[in-house]
Structures are given as structure tokens and as C-alpha cells.
Design a protein around this ligand. Structure first.
Ligand code: AMP
Ligand code: ZN
Length: 462
């Protein structure tokens, strides 16, 4: 398998750090102060495609994804208000209630999108002790210094700070909008611990008084705890490259002497109508909102799969309509292959499988893999093709095994609905003779009855 490594700016052969078939994967998780939007979810769909592709080609995966429930400020730097605290104040709840509520909503979204929950999802607030240890060690070893408002990492001590993004240190000036903290030795030095003013709700005891951890230290401390000093892959969105991941590398390398992950993979952003997705523009949709507009989570997932993870994806409702039509065609085709009687030669099937594996092994070329699926489905209806598509769906996770349920319900004439209801009744009392007779009558009227988990569905035969 080849993957693009942001650190080396090259597509590289993937090999695990210890040569085993077990992949240790860390993914930056959400800050749970509001509902995740579809842009965030694109990044987790990417994480999921990576996990599923690794497993498809034979690896086992141990995935860790943090839940940031403390200390992530409104800007990526050290200025601004704590996002959790701000939401807590606005909604008159405790930050813990806010975090629990939005973390549950996030996991619901993962489920809806068939995103596998990573094996370990540690919460930052449960790991403040190891963050304090981490900070103390960096101070002891001279990589950090104390100021009146916190402990800062000294980037001049880091091994080639900026190597992930390739940015030059001089470029990393603190923004002109915010007052530069005069006690910092370099504007890009970043807080690994903040001393808490009294009114700050979340705070912990530390050797430096009451305070709370910096955002970046959370990921360094938790990835190390669950995956070790050096693991295989670290993922996130591209926005994490220049500050968050750069800082994670600097801290972890200072602590352990090793770059924490061998491969750094980043998902490109989702835009809306060609521009930034932002709350102030009112274009940050959630999965629930899309559902209320008639777009199922699978349609959204299908749209994500159609763009390579390293390309920007422009969200538009025309695009969603296109994805919806294509996804329904896909489901329809699956239904027709399910009971198809055509015989596709084994070598033809094997060739599709080979092409599929090659596509996903080429830096997760899922759009190409989807193209292979479509080509395969163009064959005459054949149950072997259906089975192969179900196998491919281990990676796509488009619920193709439930293709029938995913087809839109058609409006059928009253007469047909009445017959279908009668048929259901007959099935309930196991009177299959009557049920079959009714099915034949419905069939004559141009409809098919599909039995689904929710009851039955009527489909137009054409
Ligand atoms: P946050 O909760 O803000 O830390 O974001 C969670 C994840 O979503 C991070 O990995 C971000 O990189 C990613 N993300 C944020 N906005 C977008 C977007 N518009 N498109 C894709 N990913 C995004
Ligand atoms: Zn992180």
C-alpha cells in the first residue's frame, strides 16, 4: 500500500514501525463544544476509509481518537476564549455537560455515516495527570519555560521546528490583530499549560498553581499513552498541519527523541459553494440538517467517496442531488444483481477485485475504486457480482447490503397499497399461499413488494 506522507511530501510505501501487521493509528478528534459540521465529518470519513482500506488489504488496526473537552481556544494560537467555557456560559450548563452532550451527538453522526468508532476514544479531561507529567519533563529538560500566565514550549530548542509544513520560523509571527505576549521568547512559542484565572471553570491543580492544559499537549500525551513513543499513522484535516501537528511533533520529539508518527496524512477541506464553511456565513450544515432536507447520511458519504481525500470537495446542493441520484441507481443495480442468474467467469471477477485492491492501495484512490464498482455492475445481473460488491463495501461502507431499504419509496395507487397490506396480514399469520397470490396480483399491476426491516416497501417494476 502506498500513502502520501505530508512529512516527506511524497507517496511512500507503507510499512509498520515494528514490521507487524498491526497498524497504530492516531486521529485528532473533535472539540465537543457544538455539533460537528459536514466539513468535520468529511475528515472522519477519510479516517474511516483509511482504517477500512488497511483492514481490506490485511492489516489489523488499533485506532485512537481523542475527544477534546478542555482547553481548545478560539484561535489555534494561545489567544482567545476557551471554546468549551464559552459554550457553557452561553447555554448555562457546565462544560462537562456540554462535552457529554456534543460527544454523544458526534458518536451518533459516526454511526449514521458508517464510520467505525476507533478502538480507544480518550477524553482529555481524564488525562490531565499525564499532561502535567509531560509538561514537567519538558521544563526539566529545558524545552519549556514559565511565564506569568503559563508554561510555553521554546521552539528554538525543537529539532527543525516547521518541518511538517515546511514553513520558515520567521513567518510564524503572532497575528497582528492580537497583542503579542511580551514574555514569550519567540512569537511562535506556544502554551503547553495555562494558568487559570479564578473565573475559568475548568482548572486543575499543578506544580504551577491552578490551570489547564494547552490543546496540542493533549494529543501528544494521549497518543503516547495509548500507542507508544512512535506509532504508524497520524491523521487530521489540513488545517492542523501548520500549528497543531507541528507543535505535537515538536513536543513529542523533545520528550522522546522520536517523531511520534512515521506517516502524517491529512484530509483536504470541504468548502461550500466554492468558499469557506463558517458559522457566520450560515453554511455549516450538520448531518441531521441534511437528513431533514431529504439527504440520507449514505448520500453524503457517497459524495465524500467521489472525491479523493487530498482534493478539496465543494459542497453544493446540486452536488448532493447528483449524489442522491447516483446512490439510488447504485442501490437499484445491487437489487437487480442480488438474484441475477447470469454467470460471470471467475477470472473476470478476480480482475475486478485486483483492480479494486490496486486502487485503494494507491493512496486510497476511492473515487477510482467506485468507478471499478460501477463498471462491474454494468454486467448482466449476476449474484457473484453482488457478492463482490458487498465485499468492496467493506471499504465503501455504503450499506449496499441494505440496498432495498435505501431505495426511495414510490407512491403506489390505493388499490396496490390495499393488496400489499392484505399481503402483509397474510404473511403475519404465515398464510403464504394467500400472500403469494396477492404478490402475483400486485406484480400484474406493475409493482414489486420488498420486505424490509421496517415492514414492506413497494417498488415500481420499471
Ligand atoms: P475541530 O472539532 O474544530 O477540532 O475539527 C475536527 C476536525 O475537522 C479536524 O481534524 C479539522 O481538521 C477538521 N475540519 C474542520 N473544518 C473542516 C472542513 N471544512 N473540511 C474538512 N475538515 C474540516
Ligand atoms: Zn490533535
Amino acid at each position: 500500500m502506498k500513502v502520501y506522507n505530508t512529512l516527506t511530501r511524497k507517496k511512500e510505501d507503507f510499512v509498520t514501525a515494528d514490521g507487524s501487521n498491526k497498524v497504530r493509528l492516531y486521529s485528532c478528534g473533535p472539540t465537543v463544544y457544538s455539533f460537528a459540521h459536514i466539513g468535520n465529518m468529511r475528515t472522519y470519513v477519510f479516517m474511516d476509509l483509511l482504517r477500512r482500506s488497511l483492514k481490506y488489504v490485511g492489516y489489523k488496526v488499533k485506532g485512537v481518537m481523542n475527544i477534546t473537552d478542555v482547553g481548545h481556544l478560539l484561535s489555534d494560537g494561545d489567544e482567545g476564549e476557551d471554546k468549551m467555557q464559552k459554550a457553557a456560559k452561553e447555554q448555562q450548563k457546565s462544560p462537562y455537560e456540554i462535552a457529554d452532550f456534543y460527544a454523544s451527538a458526534f458518536f451518533e453522526d459516526l454511526k449514521k455515516l458508517n464510520i467505525e468508532k476507533p478502538e480507544v476514544c480518550p477524553k482529555a479531561t481524564d488525562h490531565v495527570d499525564i499532561m502535567i507529567d509531560f509538561v514537567q519533563k519538558l521544563l526539566d529538560d529545558g524545552f519549556a519555560y514559565e511565564t506569568s500566565d503559563g508554561i510555553y514550549f521554546d521552539i528554538s530548542k525543537a529539532n527543525e521546528y516547521g518541518k511538517l509544513s515546511g514553513s520558515v520560523l520567521e513567518d510564524q509571527q503572532a497575528g497582528a490583530r492580537v497583542e503579542v505576549n511580551s514574555e514569550k521568547r519567540h512569537p511562535a512559542d506556544f502554551a503547553i499549560w495555562k494558568k487559570a484565572p479564578k473565573e475559568h471553570i475548568m482548572q486543575w491543580e499543578s506544580p504551577w498553581g491552578m490551570g489547564y492544559p494547552g490543546w496540542h499537549i493533549e494529543c501528544s500525551a494521549m497518543s503516547r499513552k495509548y500507542l507508544g513513543d512512535q506509532f504508524d499513522i497520524h491523521t487530521g484535516g489540513v488545517d492542523a498541519i501548520p500549528i497543531h501537528h507541528e507543535n505535537e511533533i515538536a513536543q513529542s520529539e523533545a520528550r522522546t527523541g522520536k517523531i511520534p508518527a512515521n506517516y502524517w496524512m491529512h484530509g483536504e477541506f470541504m468548502q461550500v459553494n466554492g468558499g469557506k464553511m463558517s458559522k457566520s456565513l450560515g453554511n455549516t450544515y450538520t448531518i441531521d440538517q441534511l437528513q431533514n432536507m431529504g439527504y440520507s447520511p449514505m448520500v453524503f458519504r457517497y459524495m465524500c467517496l467521489n472525491a479523493h481525500y487530498r482534493k478539496k470537495l465543494n459542497f453544493t446542493f446540486e452536488g448532493m442531488d447528483g449524489a442522491k441520484t447516483a446512490y439510488e441507481r447504485l442501490c437499484k443495480s445491487m437489487v437487480s444483481h442480488k438474484n441475477g442468474s447470469a454467470i460471470t467467469p471467475d477470472e473476470v471477477i478476480e480482475d475486478y477485485k485486483k483492480q479494486f485492491t490496486e486502487a485503494i492501495s494507491d493512496d486510497l484512490n476511492v473515487p477510482q475504486a467506485l468507478g471499478i464498482l460501477w463498471t462491474m455492475l454494468k454486467n448482466p445481473p449476476c449474484s457473484k457480482i453482488y457478492q463482490t460488491a458487498i465485499e468492496f463495501d467493506k471499504v465503501f461502507a455504503l450499506s449496499l447490503d441494505k440496498a432495498e431499504d435505501n431505495l426511495p419509496k414510490v407512491s403506489a395507487p390505493e388499490e396496490v397499497i390495499a393488496l400489499a397490506e392484505k399481503m402483509q396480514q397474510a404473511r403475519l399469520v404465515k398464510d403464504y399461499q394467500t400472500a403469494d397470490a396477492l404478490r402475483a396480483e400486485i406484480d400484474k399491476l406493475g409493482f414489486t413488494v420488498l420486505n424490509t426491516r421496517e415492514g414492506y416497501q413497494l417498488k415500481n417494476k420499471n
